[in-house]
Design a protein around this ligand. Structure first.
Ligand code: GLC
Length: 813
């Protein structure tokens, strides 16, 4: 009998995987309070709890007892004064309290639980596991609540709810990726957890390959961890998701306000050459009256893919071409790949070797990998000197008139996979191997480019990057890489930018029309109708594919594309103001419904993620199918104005909206104020003298228009203006200008108030306005009002010179 038991026990030990391979944190033996943190001695590790803000706590855990001294790539230096907190000891636990959060750290074993100051449990370590390590690998196991949802993690496929899946953070190049592909080009180890409509965020600041298991294949726990490095994570309390995103971007930085032209339509393909082809594309845009601001040059502009060079046969006079195109309103953005051709006669290779700027094997031999130029060296962007040198090289292209740079292949991607792990990087003087540097390679390449654009130009930088890490939003816009012309990818082109937006990256978009493959005209039109409302709006195509410019897919596609791009341009005053807000708050302008309506469960449904909002009040319900002509969409509580028909719908219901091929359903929420400028062929074409505001009055609401010169960095010195527009349900619209250091060229405002009864009188300040009998009559009269009985809309037109230091009220009676 005994033998049977012994055998059974042996069998169990052999077949049941032993979790003892992981070493857990152990017990908390002591704790010392410092100015900004508490230091715990655990039986198996060192552990610190830092108070960043009353609602942001950083947890650092290191098995070897020695924390990394290298500065974070993602988190900016914290210059704030220390935050007051208390630390108390009870027989069973320590308690750290900030006034907003209370962190309880049990002693035996050491486990973390975070509560609100009022005692509500927000997040806690899984009781049996908590923090653990296995060799270099670190992990944190958290309790999974039955009703918890997760969002974020940046550029991930699928719908936005991350629960039930595991994700990897390892920047990877997967051309024509599948709808479930993971990982992709960038790594954003930040997610938002939501339960009972209350949200917190966790950002794990670790650049090694990492994993996020959000309750995949289990109902007990979720965990995150990395192959190496400190377990270093920030708990960020909301309870609103907007607050979480705002705090996360306070830590990792925010997008700078881009130049206005970068909000225009951008055209790319692999590749436009020779020069005459580029000129022809530009002419076609103007001929077809399709607005466009940017043309991209893909890899074939270079001499044998040697970065910083031109193919002299294809482009004999780059500066001349760029200047000519500039006169016609086009900016040129060139692709810049990191690989420097290993060619002993090539200046960039010579300089990089002579100055020791490339990544190296541990024996000092510069690493070579194969990409477009064949064997290439790879600049070590984690080294200050390399970043400065790269900037010098870029400055030569800038001197020729290049307006911005498109960083590609910066995962870094190599034919056949990755760098050899042992390859060394500078890591800002601390030294690291490829395993640590991989995920931040793209971030630091964008960093180098951003510094160069700021150093060598007085204009605002524009950078597009494929790879990135948390913090990339400080430097660059990002697109979702090599997608496919298919319905699956049309959907991804909606979901992925939404996910990236709530992960701190607001300036995002997809290759409109699909990179790989050939879209049908209707797929192309639907994609354009989506792209027109994504922050970054660029059409692109793989080499070898048929043309995908707006006029290449037939007349219907051309005409409907023209319509939607024209609307995008008319909406630029609105979008630019929303960009400005996103740059100040970190909250993305393109938002999932649940970000604006956190308490409405309908907004979390996967179907509701096939629509989104731009700012607080503008709803876009793109048709994400090539054949459908109706769109099922959800309107949250309140009243909604159909943008096209002017009809008013009651919210808190799913509706089906007509969506013939020429129309993308758009709705304004009660209280919305949306300015429209004049139609233009490119952003600097003319000075908009009139702004038309579409207003849907209801209750009290306000919106702020932001204006500046759109190109320089003078806005940072206060040279901008803001115009606040407040409406109340009682027929008063108030205009005030809190900041007016920038003199706007706009001479007239025309407010169209939708859903209004015919007024008895309309006044502006002390002046009584006169009625006009047609919209043309109103324009001719310069000021006054016009009532459209059929559309139930009242347009009030006034000279902007009336808006002085005091606020100006328009009264409708
Ligand atoms: C990569 C990029 C793609 C580009 C191509 C050639 O695949 O993702 O956008 O066109 O390289 O440079």
């Amino acid at each position: 009998m005994r033998t049977i038991f012994a055998l059974a026990a042996l069998l169990i030990t052999l077949t049941v995987p032993s979790w003892a391979d992981f070493t857990f944190a152990g017990d908390a033996a002591s704790c010392t309070k410092h100015d900004t943190y508490a230091d715990f001695k655990l039986s198996n590790a060192a552990f610190q709890v830092h108070v960043i803000k009353p609602d942001i706590i950083r947890f650092r855990f290191n098995a070897g007892g020695k924390f990394s001294e290298a500065p974070s790539y993602a988190v900016r230096e914290n210059k704030a004064a220390p935050v007051q907190f208390s630390l108390s000891e009870k027989p069973e636990y320590y308690e750290l309290a900030t006034g907003t959060l209370t962190v309880r750290i049990t002693k035996k074993p050491c486990r973390v639980a975070i509560h609100t100051a009022g005692g509500t449990l927000l997040c806690e370590d899984e009781k049996s596991f908590g923090m653990a390590f296995d060799g270099g690998e670190v992990r944190c196991f958290k309790r999974l609540f039955p009703d918890e949802r997760f969002f974020g993690l940046g550029e991930k496929t699928g719908t936005l709810d991350r629960r039930g899946s595991q994700y990897t953070m390892w920047n990877s190049d997967f051309p024509s990726y599948t709808k479930k592909q993971d990982p992709l080009y960038s790594s954003i180890p930040f997610f938002i957890a939501e339960r009972d409509h209350q949200a917190y965020g966790i950002f794990m600041d670790n650049t090694y390959k990492s994993y996020f298991n959000m309750g995949a294949s289990n109902n007990r726990l979720y965990w995150f961890g990395a192959e190496k490095g400190d377990l270093d994570y920030y708990f960020i309390w909301g309870p609103s998701m907007k607050k979480v995103i705002s705090s996360y971007t306070e830590l990792t930085g925010r997008m700078e306000l881009p130049p206005l032209w970068a909000l225009g339509y951008q055209q790319s393909r692999w590749s436009y050459f020779p020069e005459e082809k580029v000129r022809e594309v530009a002419r076609s845009f103007r001929k077809h009256k399709i607005p466009c601001d940017v043309i991209y040059l893909d890899i074939d502009y270079m001499d044998g893919y040697r970065v910083f060079t031109w193919d002299k046969t294809r482009f004999p006079d780059p500066a001349g071409m760029i200047a000519d195109l500039g006169r016609d309103g086009f900016k040129i953005v060139t692709i810049i790949d990191p690989g420097v051709k290993a060619d002993s006669n090539y200046f960039a290779a010579q300089e990089g070797l002579a100055r020791d700027l490339f990544a190296k094997y541990p024996d000092g031999v510069p690493f070579q990998g194969q990409v477009w130029p064949s064997w290439a060296y790879f600049p070590d962007f984690t080294k200050k000197e390399t970043r400065a040198w790269w900037g010098e090289k870029l400055s030569a292209l800038m001197a020729q008139g290049i307006a911005g740079f498109w960083n590609d292949m910066n995962e870094p991607a190599l034919w056949g996979g990755n760098f050899i792990d042992i390859v060394r990087f500078d890591d800002n003087g601390h030294g690291a191997d490829h395993r640590k540097a991989h995920n931040v390679y793209g971030l630091e390449m964008a960093h180098a480019t951003f510094d160069a654009l700021n150093k060598y130009s007085d204009k605002r930088p524009f950078i597009l990057t494929r790879a990135g890490f948390s913090g990339t939003q400080r430097y660059a816009a990002m697109w979702t890489g090599d997608n496919v012309a298919s319905e699956d990818h049309l959907k991804l082109a909606c979901f992925m930018p939404l996910s990236m937006g709530i992960s701190g990256l607001p300036f995002v978009g997809s290759d409109v029309g699909g990179f790989d493959g050939c879209p049908s005209p209707s797929l192309y039109i639907r994609w354009m109708q989506l792209g027109a409302f994504t922050p970054f709006f660029r059409g692109h195509s793989c080499t070898g594919m048929p043309d995908k410019e707006p006029w290449a897919l037939g007349e219907t596609a051309r005409d409907l594309t023209r319509d939607i791009i024209t609307l995008r341009y008319r909406l630029l005053p609105f979008l630019y103001s929303e960009f400005s807000r996103a740059s100040k708050t970190g909250i993305p302008l393109m938002r999932p419904m649940f970000l604006n309506f956190q308490h409405d469960d309908e907004c979390y449904k996967p179907e509701a993620q096939e629509q989104f909002m731009v700012g607080d009040s503008f709803l876009v319900a793109p048709v994400l199918s090539e054949h459908e002509t109706a769109k099922k969409l959800y309107l949250p509580a309140g009243k909604w104005l159909d943008w096209w028909k002017g009809t008013i719908c009651e919210g808190k219901q799913w509706i089906t909206s007509d969506a013939p091929l020429h129309r993308v359903p758009l709705y304004l929420r009660e209280g919305a104020v949306v300015p429209l400028g004049e139609p233009m062929q490119f952003t600097g074409e003319k000075v908009s003298r009139e702004l038309e505001f579409k207003v849907f009055p209801g209750g009290e609401s306000s919106w702020e228009l932001y204006e500046d010169d759109g190109v320089t960095r003078r806005y940072k010195d206060g040279i901008f203006s803001t115009t606040a527009i407040k409406i109340n349900g009682k027929g008063t619209l108030t205009i005030s200008r809190p900041v007016s250091a920038y003199k706007s060229p706009v001479a007239f405002y025309a407010f169209t108030l939708c859903g209004m009864k015919k007024p008895r009188s309309v006044s502006c300040g002390a002046a009584v306005l006169s009625p006009a009998d047609s919209p043309q009559g109103l324009k001719a009269a310069k000021e006054g009002y016009f009532y459209d009985t059929e559309g139930a809309a009242l347009t009030v037109r006034i000279a902007t010179s009336r808006v002085g230091a005091a606020s100006l009220a328009i009264q409708v009676k």
